[in-house]
Design a protein around this ligand. Structure first.
Ligand SMILES: Nc1nc2c(ncn2[C@@H]2O[C@H](COP(=O)(O)OP(=O)(O)OP(=O)(O)O)[C@@H](O)[C@H]2O)c(=O)[nH]1
Ligand SMILES: [Mg+2]
Length: 579
């Protein structure tokens, strides 16, 4: 037997193991598995099951090794569980019946002196307590444990009649599984007709996995077939991980007052008396406890894996969002930097603005750089500048809007293709309802940025006055044009109309501010535009991000579970810091 909590006989508890289990409980209880990554549902069910196992069995057992042994009588409906418990107790403590299923509220028969062990919520804290005759409201019958003190049960153990394990009633099934998980010993009741049924064997497999001590009652056996069936059942048990499980055949008999007579139960009674003797009881309790703690350790690994999968899934979805936002930002940056904006309406309005005079040809050729002439030019044309700005604004909005919707669509597709994101993406196939507004706002704001830049260019009062005297609007649209042609070498003979447009804008600005200042202005205006595009994309992406955040994925959860698991292993092997 592994050194564990229940080997301590003096105080009946091992503080180190208790504390380690409490920490495991905290770590498991804190685990959120909300993100629907593959396996998250099963992992959440496992988490809940482990919490129940810790609360119903492991903690109470670790805290009080000397508490009575809990013998849970489980099995299929109609197998005769209640009849068996009544017969062992010698009184109808749990109604048996012809309607299936009969038992809904579990009944726990114990020696009167053991009453304090069961009266409070030490074991099965989720179930409220009721006396044998107490009226229990129908809606809480599955959450109520009926306590029956009786001297027919010896001190040191209790018999619990459980609802059926394979019930049509879901609450029955769940409660039966919970009760079995709380058991120190299973007394599994089956019949000659049903001993190969699947559901009970699933449970017996689970019991084998956690090394729960089990014994079987093979009820209602025809005396002639007894030996063959018993042997067959023992063979199945050995094969399925229960080599030491005892089988107690009970021959089919006529019940007397709904109970089996003393004779068919003779061997079972004798074994029960032996197994509930203090030494044997401690052995059984410890074996079940150790197996359950070992299994808990394995299951905690599964939970940690599931917790990591949550983080990985969240990161995957967040990365898809980021990737598409970056792609959209790049798309806008390209579309607004390669001269493509300098066409159509923008170009037409710009041409209206600058005209086609002789003067401009000279400016273009870098000859007419005299400041006063440029000044005169801008002064004379300020009225046309807003039309250029409007055309720019219009085109810019279209480019950004397209990119934002595209980012939303591609993020949606990426999330839909990921099991973890499939449902999260619901309703996010396009940019949000406020995108258009938001884009228009940011485009307006950027144009404001550009005007602000040209009007404050030159820190000195004189510089500012100069800029103002040229007409801020005209300088502003010239700067926008320069920004839109800011990549590539849009100079020389190979440039088209867009290039020519940009060169002219550049020359005009250079005549006012000087070459270096224009370069700086263009860079800054471009940065502002990128920032504003980012702001729109992020605001729209926030809809996706909010869905992810609502999943409460905790980066440290897996490690917390693993740390608690390791601490439990150390506490059991006697090397824990707290002993
Ligand atoms: N003849 C005979 N009838 C039995 C025996 N065991 C149980 N029965 C009958 O079979 C029916 C079901 O027995 P229960 O004890 O209620 O079965 P259960 O396993 O508690 O069933 P649920 O509470 O529904 O899970 C009742 O009518 C019993 O009287 C037996 O050994 N011999
Ligand atoms: Mg019953």
């Amino acid at each position: 037997m592994t050194a564990g909590a229940v080997t301590s006989r003096t105080d009946g508890a091992d503080g180190g193991v208790v504390r380690a289990l409490e920490d495991v409980r905290t770590a498991v209880g804190a685990l959120r598995l909300d993100l629907p990554s593959p396996g998250a549902d099963q992992a959440a069910a496992l988490r809940d099951e482990l919490l129940a196992r810790i609360d119903d069995h492991l903690l109470p057992r670790a805290r009080s090794a000397d508490a009575p042994m809990l013998v849970v009588v489980g099995g299929s409906t109609g197998a005769g569980k209640s009849t068996l418990v009544n017969s062992l107790v010698g009184a109808p403590v749990s109604p048996s019946g012809v309607l299936r299923p009969t038992t809904l509220a579990p009944v726990l028969a114990h020696h009167p002196q053991d009453a304090p062990w069961f009266a409070d919520d030490r074991v099965l804290p989720g179930l409220s307590r009721a006396g044998a005759q107490d009226a229990v409201p129908a809606d809480s019958v599955h959450r109520t444990l009926r306590l029956v003190p009786t001297t027919a049960v010896g001190p040191g153990y209790a018999l619990l009649d459980a609802p059926d394990v394979d019930s049509v009633v879901a609450e029955n099934r769940d409660l039966a599984a919970q009760l079995l998980a709380a058991a120190d010993l299973w007394l599994f009741v089956t019949t000659a007709a049903r001993y190969a049924d699947a559901v009970p064997w699933d449970l017996l497999d689970a019991a084998a996995q956690r090394r729960t001590q089990v014994a079987l009652v093979l009820n209602r056996v025809d005396a002639h077939a007894r030996a063959a069936i018993t042997e067959h059942l023992e063979g199945m048990l050995a094969e399925r991980g229960h080599p030491d499980a005892r089988v107690f055949p009970v021959d089919e008999t006529t019940l007397v007052s709904g109970m089996l007579g003393p004779e068919p139960l003779g061997p079972l009674r004798a074994w029960l008396a032996a197994v509930t003797e203090p030494d044997e009881r401690h052995r059984v309790v410890a074996a079940t406890f150790d197996g359950a703690v070992d299994d808990l350790g394995h299951r905690l690994v599964d939970l940690a894996v599931a917790a990591r999968e949550q983080v990985a899934a969240r990161d995957r979805l967040a990365a898809a969002l980021r990737r598409e936002q970056d792609a959209a930002a790049t798309q806008v940056a390209r579309a607004t930097a390669d001269g493509a904006m300098l066409r159509g309406e923008v170009l037409a309005r710009w041409q209206d603005f600058v005209g086609t005079g002789d003067f401009l040809r000279r400016v273009e050729q870098g000859v007419g750089r005299a400041r006063d002439r440029v000044t005169a030019f801008f002064r004379g044309r300020t009225a046309d500048a807003p039309a250029v700005a409007r055309a720019v604004g219009h085109d810019l909005e279209a480019v950004i809007l397209d990119a934002v919707h595209g980012a939303a669509e591609r993020t949606y597709d990426a999330w839909r293709a990921d099991p973890a994101g499939r449902d999260l993406a619901d309703g996010l196939a396009r940019g949000g309802p406020h995108v258009r507004e938001h884009v228009a706002e940011q485009v307006r704001a950027w144009q404001g940025d550009v005007l602000e830049l040209v009007s404050t260019q030159g820190q000195s009062k004189r510089g500012r006055a100069r800029a103002l005297s040229f007409g801020v609007n005209g300088l502003g649209v010239a700067l926008m044009v320069v920004v839109f042609a800011s990549t590539g070498a849009l100079t020389g003979a190979e440039v088209g109309i867009a290039g020519g447009t940009a060169v002219l804008a550049q020359r005009l600005l250079e005549a006012v501010f000087g070459d270096d200042a224009v370069r700086r202005l263009a860079v800054t205006a471009r940065e502002r535009l990128d920032e504003r595009v980012r702001a729109v994309l992020e605001a729209d992406g926030a809809r996706f991000q909010a869905r992810l955040d609502a999943q409460h994925v905790d980066d440290g959860a897996a490690e917390q579970v693993e740390r608690a698991r390791d601490a439990l292993a150390r506490a059991r092997s006697g090397h824990g810091e707290v002993r």
